[in-house]
Design a protein around this ligand. Sequence first.
Ligand SMILES: N[C@@H](CCC[C@H](N)C(=O)O)C(=O)O
Length: 279
Amino acid sequence: MSLRFTKMHGAGNDFAVIDSRAGVLALDPATIRAMADRHTGIGFDQLLSVEPARDGLSACYYGIWNADGSPTGQCGNGVRCVAAWLQRAGALAIGEAVQIQSPSGPVTVRLLDAHRVTVDMGEPVFEPAQIPFDASAATDRYTLDVDGLALDIGAVSMGNPHAVVVVDDLQSPALQQLGPAVTGHARFAEGANTGFVQKLGRGHLRLRVHERGSAWTLACGTGACAAMAVLRRRGEVDAQVQVELPGGTLEIHWAGPGERLWMTGPAAFVYEGEWLDAR
Ligand SMILES: N[C@@H](CCC[C@H](N)C(=O)O)C(=O)O
């Protein structure tokens, strides 16, 4: 088996993008893990498959798989890359807004230029059953028992599940163990992407995310949206926030509950390649 792909990244969160518009390949988790391997494969956080739209309305559908082969519902950095990929393929014009269908539903993208994209990410979902998170009612903060430590978290879905933890020091060595522990916590029935956020001001956040299925990444687009959603709902940030991640900066706008959330950030091409399955 061989497979052509485009290597891309959004603020350092990296992807292999496959053109599946003419035929969708069924890739098993073991194959995705082999492709994702940073020593013996292409190396990526997520695999994105651009497929024909399933709703007759969207420009395309895109499937998302983590480096461990698990599927997910949304990818904020990925959808910006898909938009830039469509433009390079001649299927989207700069300035044009189109709907892209993701596993968790449609989002609307607008290309600001060939490498910068704004996305209407929809409304953050705080209802525990929809995250899914084990709690009787939606609230601004929950106490999570992590190996005896009472951790204050926010929980939200941006099409995928997120835990948001406010910290004073993003470099604290304790986060190395806390990240995986929250990601795999039993109260998140499907796991969670865990964002540790440091507040630098009402319009400025610094964030590190331990992702479900891909571990620590240089950026997580839905993680930036989740941090904004949780802190804005608590009244701790303004409607426009800059989120600094290890690999780059994203701009997030959310007026508040009942409103749609917008994310703007980069999408970069790295190279075109062909994966030769030599396992
Ligand atoms: N990096 C992504 C999120 C990818 C999916 C996530 N690991 C999950 O399993 O939900 C982003 O930019 O949003």
